[in-house]
Ligand binder design. Sequence first.
Ligand SMILES: Nc1ccc(Br)nc1
Length: 446
Amino acid sequence: DNGGRSGGGGRSGALSPSPVVEEVQRIDVNPPKGTRDFPPEDMRLRTWLFNHFREVSRLFGFEEVDYPVLESEVLFIRKAGEEIRDQLYCFEDRGNRRVALRPELTPSLARLVIQKGKSLSLPLKWFAIGQCWRYERMTRGRRREHYQWNMDILGLPEVTAEAELISSIVTFFKRIGITESDVGFKVSSRKVLQEVLRCYSVPENLFGKVCIIIDKIEKIPIDEIKRELNATGLSEEAIEELLQVLSIKSLTKLEEILGGAGEAVAELKELFSLAEKFGYSEWIQFDASVVRGLAYYTGIVFEGFDRQGKLRAICGGGRYDRLLSTFGGDDVPACGFGFGDAVIVELLKEKGLLPELNLEVDNIVCALDYDLQGVAAEVATKLREKGQSVDLVLESKPLKWVFKRAARTNAQRLVLVGNTEWQKGMVGVKILSSGEQYEIKLDELE
Ligand SMILES: Nc1ccc(Br)nc1
């Protein structure tokens, strides 16, 4: 029903009979397993979230970057037993190249920094929001893609970099109404682990593997953790000492155990002192059990958690000073974090903080006769040149239909182009919130 209005124009009511076509089997119109569509109402929430990511990144003076979602598989082949490796979305392309859909953004950043080499002036502060992938057996029915906000600082060995990154995440949380009573950061340093392992002369090359096993400490039974640690060659004594140290939740206690000479305690003390200055002391706590699940972290690590303990980690990050050399590049001190788009939405739902996001349009412009469609286009163009959004009705529709659409699109103003008014060079205007209506010359419309 095209509801044709008075006047010519528009297509005839009856469509010419379509040619006979064979029955077409309907395709599966759902997105591939583990992936999402973003219809308008979901896209509004995603845009709202990403706009906060971008605004915080801008406030902190970071530059936006991006990389291909498809990377050479070699970027992600690490032998530390990481889940991210086991679930790599990798395949052989038609040129017989081993490629992967990126599971994270940091290796791409490292690749680009090596590629740019000396042309980059350090320190660099880059941020990205990118879709990341995993290939997980759908038995667990979990998602295969998510968007991650990353912020990274390269070229700064000082702990001020980690302190700045945590400050940026706190800033983000505050902007969306999340407080320190909702969320905290568990902070530690892999140098704690390193210092314990060195006491038992555990070879450096086991460090990554041990970290990945320990990262599972709250996810699998402790006996399994001990078994896996034992399988790396750690002695029973070393395992016991390690687990003892990992249960420490106070920096003072850690200092008693490790002594004050090591880098781990010194760096963490500096971080907590900087947190005071940044004003987010209430948000962070030392927790030696935090190691994070990526093999390349070398120093301070942190993760955002919900204090009710209902959700998975909200975000996480840390220092990774040795990543570039694993790709044959010259090492550059580096730290960064990843912040996914899924857990944060669950948290906002939990806290009743999901924003009401409706479609907004300034004007809906409609010609009352199809012959005036050109004038309506002129009106729309003038308003758009003034920066006003216009939903231009592109067909002959009854006024009832126009009002219904105006209500659905939350249009602020209805501009009607009718012959009577247009004879006088005027258009009709109706303010939809108040019902006020008037005629006005086109060039006075603003
Ligand atoms: N790394 C990664 C990628 C995609 C999803 Br969903 N989760 C984790």
